[in-house]
Design a protein around this ligand. Sequence first.
Ligand SMILES: [Zn+2]
Ligand SMILES: [Zn+2]
Length: 274
Amino acid sequence: MIRFCSLGSGSEGNSWLFESQQSDRLVRVMVDCGFAVKETVARLNRMSLSPADIDGIVVTHEHDDHIGGVFKFSRKFGTPVFLTHGTWRAALRSKLSAPEYLHTGRVRLIDSHTSFCVGSLFIHPFPVPHDAAEPVQLLIESDTGFTVGILTDCGSSTPHLVQMLNRAHALILESNHCPDRLAMSPYPESLKRRVGGDYGHLSNQVACDILSRLDSGRLQQVVAAHLSKTTNCPTLVQALWEAVLGPRGIPFRIAAQDNGLEWVDLNTGRLEAA
Ligand SMILES: [Zn+2]
Ligand SMILES: [Zn+2]
């Protein structure tokens, strides 16, 4: 069994929780923490959880909406942090952590191609094209083989990431912007180029293209994530994704910045009341 939820998804902060049974207890992994500690605790409480319930935080990359709260949370509650060498170096450069923190044993450096475990959860990272030092996205697998893929903050599709995501039974996939809305947005030209570029964020169209390439027959659930408030809207994503997933009978939902996403149970696909 594995289930997951979001504490919030979007450019103002991201955090996901994955939970699985480990013998007589539950193991919980947080992926990214882009919220301040107080806000993170409040959002955990909303899901009836406290900081002590989190066994580790996996950080995908050093952008503030993913790493902003990570080290403060870790320092306060003793939570181990898993991140690539490149992300750690970037965190040091921006003074999010001090080098000495490595010696507390709470910093676990990972390789962007090597799987590791947090309790009974297997984490399989894979590199993605995004304008960060050493960004990864993840497959998270329970000990019974149920696998959730997560892909946000990615500028373009690659054969490797499609191959990885094809192993997933559920998928959290970025659908960041509508290219037309991005072009017409008030953003400066440099930001438009960054967001829409090969190392920026996935447009609705590229997200749909990735979805149409996933043909393993395993996919039971999909979540649209990291929607831009300025250059996208949930109604548009709903229509575009329905056209791709509807005929295949695959249900999907949209994660929100403020309310995140309630628990999704991978066995049943049910939404559970928080
Ligand atoms: Zn982001
Ligand atoms: Zn990013």
